[in-house]
Design a binder for this molecule. Structure first.
Ligand code: ADP
Length: 330
């Protein structure tokens, strides 16, 4: 299959060991894009993380753990550039240049900024306001043509496009490339509470790298159809997060059977969850085996990141010198 020309860029904050939400919502897609595009760039955006993270003692470990999960999940460092944002300080320079063509009012009007202000009223820092500008710099620095994002990130990407246009217009150039959004069908994976988006902050997540036993324990805590109080009550799989997960990790025949038996109260939630835990563990086994192999050689993981940075730096420096020339800096 011939791959599409151009670069894909995506960044994720170093959140450490990845969970099912990260996998289904991002990593799986990152892996697939390696087969579709000529170049894929995946960046661990540690500088972005500083806008919300106040204790940095775990940043290194989180970066390592996340990379380990990415590699085990099938990200191929010989094809993708996988690196840490702060290893390419050029992005900070481009951020500053882009900030000059970004209207402040637009930044403070963004719903994501307002949400952060609500979430951390004690720490409304300058970096938080500039978050989308740094994101624009990340994408523009590598002249990415395609950025896979879920719908919730669409406004940010639109904003990146505006910043790129403003820059090119202001300096009468076309050095920066306006990226296209690759609208990915990103499922919103719910946590074990069955209500909220799966995430570490709510501790409602299931980690990919957990042991089978830990996984089963988490799965057994999953909230099912709240209307189904007794085993003899018929359940409604349409509103049950365990059933949603079965559809992803269990084979079609089994899904059909559970659907049928749940509605007739022929299978209970405990049995249904045990089955899901078993299927999930089976699905994750190859991932866990690969992860254990990579974990035996931590130096390799850091080498991957260093090598990724070395390759990305070449592009970054080239873009930056074009940018400076376009601006007319002496
Ligand atoms: P960030 O979004 O700041 O990079 P996160 O750890 O929140 O950091 O998410 C990393 C990626 O995983 C993002 O693409 C995000 O959309 C995806 N993701 C995280 N949690 C979920 C979830 N519960 N459902 C779907 N996708 C998720």
């Amino acid at each position: 299959m011939t791959k599409k020309k151009g670069r894909v860029f995506s960044g994720a904050r170093p959140t450490g060991r990845q969970h099912l939400g990260n996998y289904l919502g991002a990593i799986k897609n990152y892996v697939a894009l390696q087969d579709t595009y000529e170049d894929t760039i995946y960046c661990i955006v540690d500088v972005h993380a500083l806008t919300t993270v106040e204790t940095t003692s775990e940043l290194k470990q989180n970066t390592y753990d996340m990379t380990l999960d990415w590699l085990a999940a099938g990200m191929r460092p010989d094809e993708s550039m996988i690196f840490v944002q702060s290893h390419i300080p050029e992005v900070m320079e481009l951020h500053t240049f882009l900030s000059m063509v970004t209207p402040l009012g637009k930044l403070t009007d963004l719903p994501t900024f307002k949400e952060k202000v609500r979430q951390q009223p004690h720490n409304i820092n300058y970096g938080l306001v500039g978050y989308p500008v740094l994101m624009a710099a990340d994408i523009a620095l590598y002249k990415a043509v395609a950025v896979p994002v879920g719908v919730d990130q669409a406004p940010h990407l639109e904003f990146t496009r505006e910043i790129v246009r403003s820059f090119n217009y202001r300096y009468n150039t076309n050095v920066l490339v306006e990226p296209q959004m690759v609208a990915t069908e990103v499922p919103k994976v719910l946590g074990i509470d069955g209500k909220n988006k799966m995430g570490k902050s709510l501790n409602n997540h299931i980690e990919l790298a957990s042991t089978p036993k830990e996984t089963q324990e988490r799965v057994m805590q999953m909230v099912t159809d709240p209307q189904r109080a007794r085993l003899s009550d018929p359940g409604n799989p349409d509103v049950c997060n365990v059933f949603t997960m079965h559809k992803i990790f269990s084979d079609a025949e089994e899904v059909e059977r559970i659907n049928d038996e749940c509605r007739k109260a022929e299978i209970g939630c405990v049995a249904c969850k045990k089955l899901f835990a078993k299927n999930l563990n089976e699905n994750l086994m190859p991932f866990r085996e690969r992860r254990a192999e990579f974990a035996q050689d931590p130096a390799y993981v850091w080498d991957v990141l260093n090598d990724g940075a070395d390759r990305a730096r070449v592009i970054a420096q080239e873009t930056l010198s074009e940018v400076k020339e376009a601006i007319g800096l002496p």
